[in-house]
Ligand binder design. Structure first.
Ligand code: CP3
Length: 320
């Protein structure tokens, strides 16, 4: 979880100024950025350096990423007219730089590469709100005021994200992750009505390829069961839900990912160590746990702390 591998000095040196969406269009640079944390940390998988708004940017919706803010648009989604700005994605034509970055990475990696897309709700929320939001008021208003238009918007975003994921798999990624980061703002009944059918469709299409599917969100404690049932193989858990409780909600035969609070990474090492060990202990040797942060690394995090966490997790053994 490094949407913010941005804490690495070698990242900042390569990335320089300007829009991240321009950096992503240079496959040699993007591949190098993908590999940087692998060299430094010795983690067990790599995640592609890209962004969840790349596909909607590529079809010409008109969205940028503002440093220190996130995805923004000057022309938010308001009416059926705006659907025209969400045509189908032809990944090999519209985002050839993503395909090329994956090929370079796969060639150089001896660990799995994870591809990803944004969940339709999360992307929709950026397009409707015009940027990050706390209340998602405009998004919810559209859902309830004009469910027909909401369905059409979700159809379009699902098609775009599905093509992106399928093309990344074709290019060589070993697993995919769906980042529906902000879906935790919904109640279970809102999730069932306004999100579930589309994410289910997306996972069904991806399942045909046989690659594992990871499903991520923040503050999703009350949605974990649904986020499992919708078709994921691995369900992300932030720090708000104890891992054993999360496992009971997600059900048998599935894996969990996460659980470390990224906001404690500036605390004393003894406290971080205790938290890491507590999580590993709660997992109790269960084979289905991808140790990870519950959300992204902030730029101020000391890379040495992350390095120590990786070592600690790798050295941990369960006494049985
Ligand atoms: O934080 C979230 O979960 C929100 C949604 C989201 C965004 N991008 C919007 C965004 C998610 C899940 C992503 C995914 C992402 N972006 C990944 C894959 C997953 C991961 O975390 O590893 C990656 C590698 C990126 C790349 C990325 N996008 C970086 C490194 C940055 C930061 C700074 C930069 O410009 O170099 C971004 C910008 C970005 N995208 C932000 C958000 C909320 C942060 C904007 C900021 O604070 O500067």
């Amino acid at each position: 979880m490094r949407q913010a591998g941005r804490s690495l000095p070698e990242y900042r040196a390569l990335r320089k100024e300007g829009s991240i969406l321009d950096t992503l269009k240079k496959p040699d640079v993007s591949a190098e950025i993908t590999l940087q944390p692998i060299r430094r940390y010795g983690v067990d998988a790599a995640i592609l350096y890209s962004d969840i708004v790349v596909p909607v940017h590529a079809v010409g919706f008109g969205v940028d990423i503002k440093p220190g803010v996130g995805p923004v648009t000057d022309n938010p989604f308001r009416s059926a007219e705006d659907l025209k700005r969400l045509r189908e994605l032809d990944p090999f034509h519209d985002t050839p730089y993503v395909i090329e970055t994956i090929r370079i990475c796969v060639d150089q990696l001896d660990i799995p590469l994870i591809g990803f897309a944004g969940g339709p709700f999360t992307i929709a929320s950026y397009l409707i709100e015009g940027g990050p939001s706390r209340s998602y008021q405009k998004t919810k208003r559209l859902m309830f005021e004009n469910p027909e238009l909401w369905n059409q918007l979700m159809d379009r975003l699902t098609a775009i994200c599905t093509s992106s994921l399928l093309s990344q798999i074709e290019a060589g990624v070993s697993a995919i992750q769906l980042f529906d980061s902000w879906v935790g703002t919904l109640s279970p009944s809102q999730y069932i009505r306004f999100v579930f059918p589309w994410v289910q469709r997306m996972f069904e299409e991806v399942s045909k390829t046989g690659v594992p599917k990871i499903h991520f969100g923040v503050a999703t404690g009350e949605l974990l069961q649904l986020m499992s049932e919708v078709g994921a193989d691995v369900v992300g858990v932030d720090w708000r839900v104890p891992l054993d409780l999360a496992r009971s909600r997600v059900g048998d035969g599935k894996a969990l990912q996460g659980n470390l609070d990224p906001a404690i990474l500036a605390s004393p090492w003894s406290a971080i160590e205790e938290e890491v060990l507590r999580i590993l202990h709660l997992n109790n040797g269960h084979p289905g746990h991808i140790f990870n942060l519950g959300h992204g690394v902030t730029p101020d995090v000391n890379p040495e702390v992350l390095e120590r966490i990786v070592q600690l997790v790798h050295q941990y053994r369960v006494d049985r």
